[in-house]
Design a protein around this ligand. Sequence first.
Ligand SMILES: N[C@@H]1[C@@H](O)[C@H](O)[C@@H](COP(=O)(O)O)O[C@@H]1O
Length: 250
Amino acid sequence: MKIIKTANYEEMGLEAAKIIIEKVRSNPGTVLGLATGSTPRGVYKYMVDDHQQKATNYEEVRTVNLDEYVGLPETDENSYHFFMKQHLFNHLNIPKNQTFLPSGVAENLDVECKRYEKLIKNLGGVDLQILGIGRNGHIGFNEPGTSFKSRTQIVDLAESTRMANARFFTSYEDVPTKAITVGISTILDSKEILLLASGSSKAEAIKKLLEDEANEQFPASALKHHDQVTIIADEEALQLVEKERLSYDR
Ligand SMILES: N[C@@H]1[C@@H](O)[C@H](O)[C@@H](COP(=O)(O)O)O[C@@H]1O
């Protein structure tokens, strides 16, 4: 794993955005795997700024998101569909029918999981996957204990995840208890992966990711089975990691 250390959240976003933009410029039909949460918001802001200033073209780009809450329609402000439109899709020239997220309100969720898995395959797989990390090591919504062989599935959210995400909702009770998420195996199929982390609340998780053996109790450790992973993290998130491990210290 390559590790890029940045001074802060803003620089983390900028570094990640540069890599994504370069990818889109060199391969206009890139399939981007996208994530939600506070972590990638800065990345999307830089992508939007760049699009407006330098006209990076997204006409042929396809995007697939990692996950969605079960029960929230696209119009719900807390849905990941809404988040993606608000922070990215509405500001790029990407055709609407080239942006994909799993549906949390499909009539038959099992069928939806299979449909989504097939959709990713039919796109030719993800070229560059952006990931955040949960404090408990979750990636997408794959909580501790998830099989590394998992494909897109319906999952129960850990209490700690619901609590961490309650800040976006009116109350903890409003946070959905289930989600639809691509599986760990689906994530590992991506050709290249960028994992982002910012702030001291992620420091333990990043230390574990770098120091522990791959194990299903810590989902992000599955990334040790992938040879094209770059971690871009800020000083606070890397505060428990020895300097010698860093590939770049910006
Ligand atoms: N499903 C998302 C993840 O994809 C995200 O990476 C993680 C961290 O979120 P944040 O970036 O807000 O810390 O938790 C959420 O629950």
